[in-house]
Design a protein around this ligand. Structure first.
Ligand SMILES: [Zn+2]
Length: 238
């Protein structure tokens, strides 16, 4: 029995080479398992990353859409306020222009060129007119070629229904024609210092004061210089 056992032990005992093969195989299995485990884990992590990336991409899309909407809403409301601001400005402009037009000088009776004795022996060609409102008036006479002009002195009316007098030209010798072709009358709302006028304002935005006379007038008229041809008429008006 002993010998049999021994023989069996002897015959069944693995050789060193067999052990080595078993160990190598076991190590290979372990390595494969570990490798598999890590591969799985990185695959899972990659999945998670992909999902997270997908989620954050989708969140970014939503935010972008919201931002786009907000920009669009902001644009709409900016547009709406600019439209209403423009509409208000347009209405105001229309109203100011209407008031400006309402104040436009209107002829009150005839506008006449007459020779007039400014001094007892000094005759002048005078342009006289009446207005239904008080103004500040500047007058300029121009010659045919428009390059020669002169500023005419203007006498405001002493009473509300009196004549405005524009001293157009020295008419002391017996003359029947004027050196001037056109008279330009320029009107501003009156300032306190002008004659007896009570000041009032036009709100159109043009300057209220003519300054040195070169700012834009609120209104201007051009009148052809047409002295009366008949000295009888002149005598009757003089
Ligand atoms: Zn005006």
């Amino acid at each position: 029995m002993h010998s049999l056992l021994h023989a069996a032990e002897t015959s069944s005992a693995p050789s060193e080479a067999d052990w080595l093969a078993v160990v190598v195989a076991a190590i290979a299995v372990i390595v494969a398992a570990v490798a598999g485990f890590y591969a799985k884990r990185s695959a899972d992590a990659a999945d998670k990353n992909v999902t997270a990336a997908e989620r954050s991409a989708s969140a970014a899309e939503v935010s972008a859409a919201i931002a786009k909407d907000s920009v669009s809403i902001a644009k709409d409301s900016a547009y709406a306020s600019s439209v209403s601001a423009n509409a208000a400005a347009d209405l105001l402009r229309v109203e100011l222009d209407r008031l400006h037009n309402e104040y436009e000088p209107k002829k009150n009776g005839e506008w006449l060129f007459v020779p007039h004795n400014r001094h007892p022996d000094h005759r002048w060609l005078q342009f006289r007119f009446k207005l239904d409102r008080e103004y500040l008036v500047l007058a300029t006479a121009s010659a045919t070629n428009d390059t020669v002009t002169t500023v005419c002195s203007v006498t405001p009316p002493g009473q509300p229904d009196d004549w405005w007098l524009v001293w157009v030209e020295d008419w002391s010798s017996d003359r029947d024609h004027s050196a001037w072709r056109e008279l330009t009358l320029r009107f501003w709302p009156p300032q306190a210092r002008v004659g007896r006028a009570r000041p009032w304002n036009c709100v159109c935005g043009r300057q209220l004061d003519p300054g040195e006379g070169d700012t834009a007038a609120h209104w201007d008229f051009e009148v052809d210089v047409k002295p009366p041809e008949s000295y009888d008429l002149m005598a009757s008006l003089g």
